[in-house]
Structures are given as C-alpha cells and as structure tokens.
Design a protein around this ligand. Sequence first.
Ligand code: S3P
Length: 447
Amino acid sequence: MIVSQSAPPVDFQVHPGGALHGRFRVPGDKSMSHRAVMLGALAEGDTEVSGFLEGADALATLEAFRRMGVSIEGPRHGELRIRGVGLHGLRAADGPLDVGNSGTSMRLLAGLLAGQRFDSVLTGDDSLRRRPMGRVTEPLATMGARIEATPEGTAPLHIRGDQSLQGVRYEMPVASAQVKSALLLAGLYADGETWVHEPAPTRDHTERMLQGFGYPVQRQGAWSGVSGGGRLQGGALDVPADISSAAFFLVGASIAAGSDLVLEHVGINPTRTGVLDVLGHMGADIEIRNRRESGGEEVGDLRVQARPLHGLTIPERLVPLAIDEFPALFIAAACAHGRTVLTGARELRVKESDRIAVMADGLAAVGIHAEPREDGIVIEGGRIRGGTVDSHGDHRIAMAFAMAGLVSEAPITIRNCRNVDTSFPGFVVLAREAGANVEEMHDGEAQ
Ligand code: S3P
C-alpha cells in the first residue's frame, strides 16, 4: 500500500483536555522493519519476523522486494515469513519501484541495488522527490556505482546494474544512518572492504542486524566496515516497538497532568534514546523497567508520569540520537517553563517536511512564540491556545500536535494527516484509548 497523492485529505481534530493512562505497545520499529525485509530477502533460508511495522513505509520496502521476486508471507499481526533468495537472487522488477514517502527505503535500496546485475528505477511521492539523494549517490559513485538523479540531485534514481563495485573508505559529512547503511549494503557486493566514518553516532541497526544474520561487521571507533562476498543466514527476528512512535506518548503523558502510562517492549538501542535524555533534562519522569535483550537490541518498558517540564539548551551531541523525535520534543518545549534552544539540527530541514519551518509555523498558529533558526529553533514555553496547523503531510508533525491538544485551551485542527499511516497505523485509536480527545476527519466528517 503506497499512500496515494490523490487520496482525499485526512485531518485530525483534537479537543482540549484528557490525561494518558494504560499499558500498551506502540507499533514496531520502522528502521528495523525496513532492514528486516531487506536482509531477510538477501539471506539464505527463511526469516521469520515478528513485531513488523505494518505502516506504509515498511510496506513499500516489502512490496519492492516482492516485485524483485522475493516470496513474502504476511504481514499478519506483525508476522512475516521471508523466503530469502541469497545475495545474488533478486530479479529486475517489471517497472519503477515507488517507495512513496519513505526516505529509508530509497536511500538503503540505492546502495543495495547498485550492487545488482540488473537496472532499477526508484521513485517516490512529492515529498520524497524533493529530498536530497546526492548524499548517497555521490559516495556510491566513488565505489563504481552508476546512478542518475535529476539535476537537483533528487529522485527518480536510475540505477545501472552490472557494475563492479570497489570497497572505499568514506567519511560522511553529515551524521546519517541512511547514508552509512546504503554504503554498507553496497559493500556486501564490493571487492575488498568498505568502511564508513560517522561524525557523530547514528542508529546502528544495519550493523547489528547484519551480524544477527551472521555477516561480519567490523567496528573501530566511529568507523564501521564490511567485506564483500559473504553470506547472510536467515532466522527469527523480533522487532521491538518504535521509540520514535513511543515519543508522542512520552511527551503527551509528561505534559498532561495526572497521566501515568507504561509503553511496553520499546527498543532502547543507545543510538535511539536521545529523546529520553532530552526529556529527562527537562524534568520528565520516565523510568525504564524490565531492561532485556531481544535479537541483538536492548528493549525495555517505559513508565512515564506527568511532571512540570522546564526549557533547556539541547546538547548538540544528542541531536542525531533524537533526530526523529524533535516534532514531539518541540511540543514538550512549548509546554515547558522557560526557553528551549536547539542548534546543530540543520538536518531537520530535509526530513519528510522542513521540520523547523513547519513546526515554527504550527507553534505560532497555536499561540507559542517560536523563532526558527537556520540550524535549529528557539521556543518560549507558554500556553497552547488552539488553532489550525498544517502538518504538510509530515506524519510526525501531525502526531506531535495531536499531543499538544491534551493541554490546549481550545481545539486544534491538524491538516494533512494521512501520512500518519506511514509510521503509526492505528495512532488515533490508540491515542483515544489512552485518553486523548482526538478524532480523524475525512471531508470534515468524524470517522
Ligand atoms: C533512519 C535514519 C534517520 C531517520 C530516519 C530513519 C534509518 O535518517 O531520520 O527516519 O532508518 O536509517 P538519517 O540517517 O538521514 O538522519
């Protein structure tokens, strides 16, 4: 299922008040769901995945592999069985692969497809076709890949197969797990070793999952490396709940007085927990219970209770570790006492929307003073008065403002929320069950 551009708009209407309660599990981790399909498809033997995210982005990756000849049963209640075809068993799809809104699908597939014997075309929706792809096509070209983008360096990407790739040592100018992963996946097909250096730690699910599939990955400080020519062995893989989806409830329960919530089986890989650190520095009460390991990743249950928050200057080292959580964190900042300052976060301008500009406009629309900066934002905590916000089709902005409704003085209408399905199918139902007064509106009618 790809979210269609022409589908009728979906808005959220949030009525003020409510507190969040209960104990539940948010959907599976998006980054890991993509990688589970990719590595399961390239493995030898079957891979059984549980906890898979049945959201449009991960389903776009799944559909791309089906179209390249991989047989995949499911998803059914988050379970998949992938019949791996081995590193050299993919076939050309019968046309362009449309990955919708999903940057992870496009960037990781660019690396993986650069190593195939056949040509491929990758495309996506309007938002994805505006996002920078030079950050993957340029280093891949140094490995010998032939990828044509538009003159602006955007998709569609025409990827020539049958190139012999060479290992490289590449120092990324921006801290990006997608770029790192694209190069490591191309490295599986390259002669010699491929090493990638990250200027700050980024999510390491690709490295961990490759190792889980029996593929050696070397890690030396900020460098990760693979040698071409190995094999992946399929097996069982558990995908924990997505901390990026949990983030909306962590913020909602922190700001809505009287809230007390437990989010179960959340992935707490240390490259993803910046949101816990930032909220902790703001005074939030979040406890990690029952820490355990599952499939090479740390998981835990997160208990969160409401507490007054205060603003802070966010340490720049936490930015890549909380990169997807800033829309939610900006709502926490809007409800905090005092000023929050974010710098070193230029990357937010090239996510599913320009998250600095769109959040600043949305905050202003609900009565919060927010000053966008080139690489961040300054937010003065205050009273959320309500109003109309446009999410610009950005799932995380829509869900962040849905949480703002908990403490708003008047209703908040959030426009263009259809893409919430890309990462969090069932968000409105779960948020309502937890105690938020949010409704999904189609053509102005509550659903
Ligand atoms: C992702 C990496 C991050 C993140 C994205 C998912 C991944 O992007 O924002 O939602 O799965 O590798 P960058 O690596 O470009 O920062």
